[in-house]
Design a protein around this ligand. Structure first.
Ligand SMILES: Nc1ncnc2c1ncn2[C@@H]1O[C@H](COP(=O)(O)OP(=O)(O)OP(=O)(O)O)[C@@H](O)[C@H]1O
Ligand SMILES: [Mg+2]
Length: 358
């Protein structure tokens, strides 16, 4: 198993750079989730790591040693794409064993390894079937077995679950986690789905326009987004613009909010803050509200099995609150929304990053 390090990677196809001076490090044996909007450069990054594309500048290192001079087949990489891309004329066992055959391994030696990988993805019974006789999820499991059979040191997964239905995705997620934990292969997992990426990843990053906007533990990205762009991309959060009236006090469109952040920001500055939906509290209107409580009207109620999502209009601003299911507040009725000061997160704008505390 190898660590993966990208240093100053730049790549353009025929126009401007789609990857710009990208630095990235993945520790040995861990899973790194790469998230970002369509076209931000995720697949391009994986292809360069795999050796399918050459960077214009920068270096790619496995365990500190450059692999740029190595062709793809020498990099010891397993890769799974969005489409399983199986050989239609080969059965499951032959598909999985293909890489070993290419390496010149005798069938007698390859067989136990192929069988072992098929067992890992729970497909032993399907060894004789052809791809067209398999479901989408089974085909993806074959692709995963095929990717790990050659004992790679790096596993690259490019949205391998996006064509599967939600139940299958969940099963595949557990399977990938199981395979990764057993083999301890250093893995980069690309996804559009933040829940999926956060469940599978030890660390993750959000990429915009070929640059990493923020990386860290999934918890840090969701709970401590640093910029408006990351907060907006990861979603499930309310963004509010406010003026700093005094240390720890913001004037916002819904009213003055006391915050634990922004103490170091000078009065008069405009800032953007983020408060996650589930960190707000909703309660009936009553006398003697706690600080940071705002009266509003419930405009929308979306019921989910484990929580209810309310859209509450406060001073013409829509605030979303996710609350437990034990109480239900009806539409068009007044409620109180409390914003706990400690959950208000100050976001950095690109142009203001020099003066805002981190
Ligand atoms: N072969 C190519 N020639 C020219 N431009 C390309 C080529 N492949 C990708 N691009 C461009 O490079 C950018 C990054 O593409 P890439 O496939 O890496 O995005 P991505 O993050 O994987 O997107 P998605 O989530 O949609 O798969 C996009 O703007 C895309 O249009
Ligand atoms: Mg892609």
């Amino acid at each position: 198993m190898s660590s993966i390090t990208l240093v100053g990677i730049t790549k353009s196809y025929d126009g401007p750079a789609v990857i710009a001076d990208l630095d990235l490090h993945v520790d040995t044996g861990t899973v790194f989730g790469l998230l970002g909007p369509s076209g931000c450069g995720k697949t391009t990054t994986l292809k360069m790591i795999a050796g399918l594309l050459e960077p214009d500048a920068g270096d790619i290192r496995f365990d500190g040693a450059s692999v740029l001079a190595l062709p793809p087949e020498k990099r010891r990489i397993g890769m799974v794409f969005q489409q399983p891309l199986l050989f239609p004329h080969l059965n499951v066992e032959q598909n999985v064993g293909f890489g070993l055959r290419m390496q010149g391994m005798r069938p007698r030696d390859a067989r136990p390894r192929v069988r072992d990988c098929l067992a890992m993805v729970q497909l032993e019974r399907f060894a004789e079937r052809f791809p067209h006789q398999l479901s989408g999820g089974q085909q993806q499991r074959v692709a995963l077995a095929r990717a790990v059979v050659t004992d790679p040191v790096v596993l690259l997964l490019d949205e391998p679950l996006s064509n599967l239905d939600s139940r299958l995705r969940e099963q595949m997620r557990q399977l990938i986690r199981g395979v990764q934990e057993r083999l301890k292969i250093t893995t980069i997992f690309v996804s559009h789905d933040q829940e999926e990426a956060s469940e599978l990843s030890d660390r993750m990053a959000v990429m915009f326009d070929g640059r990493l906007a923020q990386s860290g533990r999934p918890y840090d990205l969701f709970m401590r987004p640093e910029s408006t762009a990351v907060a907006r991309f990861l979603g499930s959060t309310n963004l509010l613009e406010g003026h700093v009236r005094a240390p720890g006090l913001l004037d916002t469109p819904i009213g003055p909010i006391a915050v634990s952040c922004a103490h170091g920001v000078e009065a008069g500055r405009t800032v953007t803050v983020s408060v996650r939906w589930e960190h707000l509290a909703i309660r009936p209107v009553s006398a003697g509200e706690p600080p940071n409580s705002f009266c509003g009207i419930v405009r929308d109620v979306v019921f989910g099995p484990t929580r209810i999502r309310y859209t509450v209009e406060i001073n013409d601003v829509e605030i979303i609150v996710v609350a437990p299911t034990d109480l239900e507040y009806p539409r068009n009725e007044p409620v109180v929304v409390e914003i706990p000061a400690r959950h208000v997160r100050l976001l950095q704008e690109a142009h203001a990053s020099a003066t805002l505390p981190g």
